[in-house]
Ligand binder design. Structure first.
Ligand code: PMP
Length: 402
């Protein structure tokens, strides 16, 4: 044992991080012959390469020296003001630029919020299932998760009983086209959620990277505006990853000023500030209203992709299998007959060159349902979607018979 001991000692926190077996399995999905519904990547055809190129070019030409200089931790002031104003679109008027903090992707926001709110053993409320990346970020701070039930209409507000909300540090909510399920919280539930959290004094973290990718149904007001009107504390996370491109690593947090002030201290210790050049270039790109012309093309693409998958599922999946019908975003969620373990199905699917993510890692509590899985539909071409879904349908049928 001692002969193999490493000459370093990881922190207990680091030692507690385990690499998931699913991640290991999914490594093979990078092979070109695999039809992968596993990835969480946006479709690269949607990246506005020319616009971004022109924006970087212009910033460097006209403002190169400030673009290459350190900047304030809070973020580039014109971009903060743009974000504050843009929130009117989701029903939050009167947000001040001081209530906006620019971050290096909303994933960084999740880490910073973990640092801000979670002590070991703190109660944290999460949807069941929830975004795996958030669970990974929060888990580093060793919370005690309390799962909140969801159904086809998203989070169930009635599940927020007195016992459930007592001493909770926050609730983490994904109201639009949730990752992983693709479900959306309806207006009544949004109102009930903010009213309940206002009454119980539980802050809401609203993570909404997909809200702008709605291709069906009616746009709904975000939790930020509804929550402010109801007296709830809402911390909203936004991202440029799905509306422009994830490689930019640019997002933002909107929160009451005292929370932003504390987060600024945390961010300063983390990375001083988000890349000045990126912030200035993205501001340059979006300031003239570019997203209004760009987003309809991304929505159209995603709508088409979602349609291809739903059509193939109708054709090839057995009646004993259920799935969500997203109104936007990139994912849908499948519930198999009770006795089918999605991890076991994945092992067989990979032998047939098809991959997806089993539902199990998206659950924080012991209410995990192993007969669930997530399918991502935006990056796979139509013929491969049909081929991949046909294979999955056959494997599910075999499990039902066998
Ligand atoms: N939240 C959710 C729900 C996500 O799906 C993602 C990306 N997969 C993120 C946050 C992180 O996004 P980013 O850091 O690129 O803004």
């Amino acid at each position: 044992m001692s002969s193999t001991a490493q000459p370093y000692t990881f922190s207990q926190r680091a030692q507690k991080i385990t690499s998931s077996t699913i991640r290991e399995i999914l490594k093979v999905t990078e092979r070109p012959e695999i039809i992968s519904f596993a990835g969480g990547l946006p479709a690269p055809q949607g990246f506005p390469v020319d616009t971004i190129n022109a924006a970087y070019d212009r910033v460097l030409r006209e403002n190169g020296r400030s673009a290459l200089q350190y900047g304030p931790t809070e973020g580039y002031a014109p971009l903060r003001a743009w974000v504050a104003n843009d929130l009117k679109r989701v029903g939050a008027a009167h947000v001040s630029p001081d209530e906006v903090l620019i971050v290096s992707g909303s994933q960084q926001a999740l880490d910073m919020l973990g640092k801000l709110f979670i002590d070991p053993g703190s109660k944290v409320l999460v949807e069941s299932p929830s975004y795996l990346g958030a669970l990974q970020s929060f888990s580093l701070f060793e919370p005690r998760y309390q799962s909140v039930a969801t159904d086809a209409g998203g989070l169930v507000p009635e599940a927020l009983t007195d016992e459930c909300v007592r001493d909770a540090r926050f609730i983490y909510a994904l109201p639009n086209f949730q990752n992983p399920t693709g479900t959306t919280l309806n207006l009544e539930r949004r109102k009930a959620l903010v009213a309940r959290c206002a009454q119980a004094g539980v802050p809401i973290i609203e993570d909404d990277p997909y809200g702008d990718l709605r291709y069906a149904g009616q746009a709904l007001p975000g939790l930020l505006g509804l929550g402010r009107a109801a007296g709830a504390t809402v911390i909203r996370l936004g991202s440029f990853s799905k509306v422009l491109a994830p490689g930019l690593r640019l997002g933002y947090i909107v929160a009451p000023q005292p929370i932003i002030a504390k987060l600024v201290q945390i961010k300063q210790a983390t990375d001083l500030h988000t890349a000045t050049l990126t912030q200035m270039a993205v501001y340059e790109a979006v300031n003239g209203g570019f997203l209004e012309t760009h987003l309809p093309t991304v929505r159209e693409l995603y709508k088409q992709q979602c349609g291809y998958m739903l059509k193939a599922m109708e054709e090839f999946f057995p009646a004993t299998t259920a799935w969500t019908h997203p109104e936007g975003g990139m994912f849908l969620w499948v519930t198999l007959p009770e006795h089918i373990d999605a991890s076991e199905l994945l092992a067989r699917a990979i032998q047939q060159n098809v991959a997806f993510v089993p539902g199990e890692p998206f659950y924080a509590g012991d209410d995990r349902r192993i007969n669930t899985l997530r399918l991502s539909f935006v990056t796979v071409p139509e013929d491969k979607i049909r081929q991949g879904i046909a294979i999955l349908g056959r494997l599910i049928n075999e499990s039902v018979v066998g």
